[in-house]
Design a protein around this ligand. Structure first.
Ligand code: NAD
Ligand code: UFG
Length: 341
């Protein structure tokens, strides 16, 4: 058995897929989640895929005492992957304090408890949102950080700074900041996937719900952008590829003594796809039509952004491998499973 890892937000979308990959790699996982945006039944899916049920603590990471108790009851945690956060961009504009409190207090509590509990490293879920609208694409990690366009985005920028300042102060920890591009898809088993509460804000869950007939039609937010077909471009990364990068990052942090105390990596495919291209890929992959119309631009949207993932490819030895059509088929299989229930 390898080291014990604490996965905060582990019943969430990316956390559940990462728990599967950590367990497959032999790590022992302890999850803490307050179930504010996920469901305990996710643990059944993780167990069905890996044969192992992770230790689960229902609790809130903004509560220091809960975390102290967790470390006491689960001694020997060597690394943390911090997924726990509120993540809806629009909601963060309406409720900024909720976002600052949840996302920042969670991180600060974890950082504070790491040294005294012998936790050596923390992987942090950051986002390409820190780059704002890029001056050029693909974008690499040396690109400037632009002013955040939402409180949510600002929590990611501030969190990166908090980690850097804490490490600079001499705290005996390491950290890897992973800047995700657009995670999509589901586990190929269709046993875990994304479970958006209410009306989805993100493209792929809205698309699959439309294909399933739950939503009447998908609105493409603008076709007058400066892109080949006029719709926005993103770098869509398969969630299983993304999950695997966390396992590599954790191993590097814990086992490689010569790496810098804080490292930053883009996690993307390196390919940009427009909204219309993604709809097309879904229809071709599944044969299921997606009723859609062109609508107004969505306020605050970035026109085009895709990753230069060279650093992650070369330094981590990680590469996004999934074919977009397989990713779309997995997203659809998961949607069908959820709709059946
Ligand atoms: P998610 O909402 O599915 O997962 C987050 C989990 O954290 C949820 O299960 C939620 O219940 C839990 N949680 C929230 N606050 C908590 C708290 N205070 N204590 C304990 N648990 C708490 O989101 P996700 O898509 O899996 O995202 C995971 C991380 O990746 C987040 O930090 C998010 O900001 C970041 N990220 C996501 C995307 C994306 O598009 N999905 C892109 C970039 C970065
Ligand atoms: N879109 C539509 N119709 C929809 C939903 C989305 O056309 O119904 C378009 C958007 O305009 C955008 C693209 O699809 O061009 C992707 O939109 P998402 O909302 O899925 O993703 P974003 O790139 O806007 O933002 C996401 C997360 C952020 C995260 C960012 C970078 O929501 O939290 O990726 O990782 F910061």
């Amino acid at each position: 058995m390898k080291e014990k890892i604490l996965v905060t937000g582990g019943t969430g979308y990316i956390g559940s897929h990462t728990t599967v990959e950590l367990q497959k790699a032999g790590y022992e996982v302890v999850i803490i989640d307050n179930l504010s945006n996920s469901n305990e039944a996710v643990l059944d899916g993780i167990e069905a895929i890996t044969g192992v049920r992770p230790v689960f603590v229902k609790g809130d990471c903004t509560d220091l005492e809960t975390l102290k108790k967790l470390f006491k009851e689960n001694p020997g945690i060597k690394g943390i992957i911090n997924f726990a956060a509120s993540k809806a961009v629009g909601e963060s504009v309406q409720k900024p304090l909720l976002y600052y409190r949840n996302n920042l207090n969670t991180l600060i509590n974890l950082l504070e408890l790491m040294p005294e509990n012998g936790v050596e490293g923390i992987v942090f879920s950051s986002s390409c949102t820190v780059y704002g609208e890029p001056d050029q694409n693909p974008i690499d990690e040396t690109a400037p950080i632009k002013p955040a366009t939402s409180p949510y985005g600002n929590t990611k920028q501030i969190s990166e700074e908090i980690i850097e300042d804490y490490v600079k102060s001499g705290a005996p920890i390491k950290s890897i900041l992973l800047r995700y591009f657009n995670p999509i898809g589901a586990h190929p088993s269709a046993l875990i996937g994304e479970l958006p509460l209410g009306v989805p804000q993100n493209l792929v869950p809205y698309l699959t719900q439309t294909a399933a007939g739950i939503r009447k039609e998908l609105t493409v937010f603008g076709d007058d952008y400066n892109t080949p077909d006029g719709s926005c471009i993103r770098d869509y990364i398969d969630v299983v590829d993304l999950a695997k990068a966390h396992v590599i990052a954790m191993k590097r942090m814990l086992e490689n003594k010569d790496t810098a105390a804080v490292e930053v990596f883009n996690l993307g495919t390196g390919n940009g796809l427009s909204v219309l291209q993604l709809i097309n890929a879904f229809e071709e992959a599944t044969g299921v039509p997606v009723p859609h119309k062109i609508g107004e631009r969505r306020a605050g949207d970035i026109e085009k952004i895709w990753a230069d993932p060279k650093k992650a490819n070369e330094v981590l030895g990680w590469k996004a491998e999934a074919d977009i059509k397989d990713t779309m088929r997995n997203a659809w299989a998961w949607q069908c499973k959820v709709t059946e229930k």
